[in-house]
Design a protein around this ligand. Structure first.
Ligand code: GLC
Ligand code: CA
Length: 571
């Protein structure tokens, strides 16, 4: 463990600033609120934070539409607040990485305002402008957020390209001046002392300059709806392939690798302490040779299932780990601000709490750096709003309109679908107490998204803090345990009982730390007596949801309770 970098040992926790803590009581989370919560985070036992965008933004995509890369959104506070936050985190031994949105800016960013002002403007080429073809869009590309990828700007009668909303025009990364300006912004925060970046949507940075049409017959909304109704993994896989074909000329172009190498070299200039980059991408290729592109890329395929079955997890590990280049380090996650909450997604309606605990155990025992999402530690759940007027995620709004207008889905059904498809469901304010507004904002304040009423049923920090059996205390216990157990951080991974359908068993062994651990995650409601042919044949229980810690167990007949999490050290 001694040889590992800080980011290889760390457990990361994602803060979605708008929903984490409201310091000034206006219904919107902010940086002073985060400062007030630093003791909470330290006590929770996480090592590093990923802060979703805190930059000035019109908030059309809740901060992922940046209007100034070196500022702080006034709704979230001022630069002084940010510095207090960074210092406070560092004083507590907590690292901080920021969100870096390279693909696009807000359409209100001064760069774009200039760029659109005239064809001869010096910043014209900072974005992707093209003339129309036959009186319409330059080609048939889609925006992944719906509709054509091109928006006609009447001022100059040309089209600009946007992979996401039209309020998020794509930057032209083939323009050297723009790149220079962006690298300055990247340095700005590194100079202030931030520890690295989570890179937003890197696969979308370049698109084919020849603008060839795609040749997929289905529309985007048709594919979206089909994916929603897909009954089998095979169907889902086939649809994912079609989706890839639809965006063939817009995603993962080879030039992204050159850019990532350049960014890595920039970040590597900072060595006291070393900084790190993690990419929002499935593509293992963005590890480069293991040392020259990104430090980590999220293992998103693991979370793309409605059931974390042992077979699914094993297959995922097998596929991912062999594909890693030498020296590369895995990175696992089960949720973020774009996906359903763990408690809702992997629950079965009957054992949700037990399954949520198992999902944390999985994150903290698999090989790799875990990323957790704020609110999971108290078992926050998805909430599906039944009124589009409440939606704040414009993706949900788009889906609703497309379903009603293009697919003629009845409005009541469309709201239901849109609430599931949209991302508000996992973005509601953090539930701090069993108090009005869940203790997030004072009574009477109007929170930016309604709070989930289940704060009154025990899903809140204050009550769980005092309850030894709570999800929160389970998180604390397991996070502390991982820190003290080097094999879980530094050890290799060896799956056991690979045919088992109910439980996932594996070894983590670190020769340097002279520790080997057997992990058994029983993802079923059945008890088992298991025979592990490992040497030595006895284990000392280090952590279990059913057994006494410190007890010795014979591994030729290890009894595992329903939903048990068992971690034993080979004696
Ligand atoms: C990433 C973000 C998502 C955002 C999109 C566009 O996928 O996680 O929230 O909408 O990029 O920036
Ligand atoms: Ca506020």
């Amino acid at each position: 463990m001694a040889d590992l970098m800080w980011w290889q040992k760390a457990v990361f926790y994602q803060i979605y600033p708008r929903s984490f803590a409201d310091g000034n009581g206006d219904g919107i989370g902010d940086i002073p609120g985060i400062v007030n919560s630093l003791d909470y985070l330290q006590d929770l036992g996480i090592d590093a934070l990923w802060l979703s965008p805190h930059y000035p933004s019109p908030q059309f995509d809740v901060g992922y539409d940046v209007a100034d890369y070196t500022g702080v959104d006034p709704e979230y506070g001022a630069l002084e607040d940010f510095k207090r936050f960074l210092d406070g985190a560092h004083q507590r031994g907590i690292r901080v990485i920021l969100d870096l949105v390279l693909n696009h800016t807000s359409d209100r960013h001064p760069w774009f305002v200039e760029s659109r002002s005239g064809r001869d403007n010096p910043k014209r080429d900072w974005y992707v402008w093209h003339a129309g073809k036959n009186g319409t869009h330059p080609n048939n590309w889609y925006s992944t957020f719906g509709g054509p990828a091109w928006e006609r700007d009447s001022r100059t009668a040309e089209y600009y390209y946007h992979y996401f909303f039209k309020e998020q025009p794509d930057l032209n990364w083939r323009n050297a001046e723009m790149k220079k300006a962006m690298w300055q912004a990247v340095r700005y925060w590194l100079d202030l002392g931030v520890d690295g970046y989570r890179l937003d949507a890197i696969g979308t940075i370049f698109e084919d300059p020849g603008l060839p049409d795609h040749s997929v017959p289905e529309t985007l909304i048709e594919l979206g709806l089909a994916a929603y109704h897909a009954g089998s993994e095979a169907e889902r896989k086939a649809l994912a392939e079609e989706y890839k074909a639809l965006f063939k000329y817009q995603l993962d172009l080879p030039e992204v690798h050159d850019l990532m190498r350049e960014l890595r070299a920039l970040v590597d200039e900072y060595d006291e302490p070393l900084r790190m980059l993690v990419g929002e991408t499935d593509e293992i290729a963005f590890y480069g040779n293991g040392h020259d592109e990104l430090h980590m890329n999220f293992n998103f395929p693991l979370m793309r299932t409605e059931r974390l079955s042992p077979a699914w997890i094993r297959a995922n590990q097998k596929e991912r780990l062999v594909a890693l280049p030498p020296g590369a380090w895995p990175c696992n996650t089960l949720g973020n601000h774009d996906s359903p909450r763990v408690h809702s997604r992997y629950g079965d309606g009957k054992h949700d709490g037990a399954l949520a605990r198992l999902s944390l155990a999985l994150m903290l025992t698999l090989w790799g750096t875990p990323f957790l999402y704020n609110g999971e530690e108290i078992g926050m759940t998805d909430i599906l709003f039944d009124d589009v007027g409440i939606f704040r995620d414009n993706l949900g709004v788009w889906f609703y309109n497309a379903a009603v207008n293009e697919l003629k889905v009845p409005p009541a059904e469309a709201v239901r679908l849109a609430a599931k498809f949209g991302r508000d469901k996992c973005r509601t304010p953090m539930q701090w107490a069993n108090a009005p507004n869940a203790g997030f904002s004072p009574e009477g304040a109007r929170t930016w998204l309604p709070v989930n009423p289940n704060y009154a049923q025990g899903v809140n920090v204050a009550e769980q803090r005092d309850d030894p059996g709570s999800m929160l205390n389970f998180y604390k216990r397991l996070l502390r345990f991982r820190r003290q157990t080097p094999a879980l951080v530094a050890g290799d991974y060896q799956p056991l009982h690979e045919q088992a359908e109910d439980y996932f068993a594996f070894l983590r062994r670190s020769a340097a730390d002279r520790q080997a651990c057997l992990v058994v995650l029983n993802l079923s409601d059945k008890a088992h007596t298991l025979n592990f042919e490992v040497m030595p044949r006895t284990a000392r229980c280090l952590f279990s949801t059913s057994k006494t810690e410190g007890a010795r167990h014979d591994l030729s007949e290890l009894k595992i309770a329903p939903f048990e999490i068992y971690i034993g050290e080979l004696a």
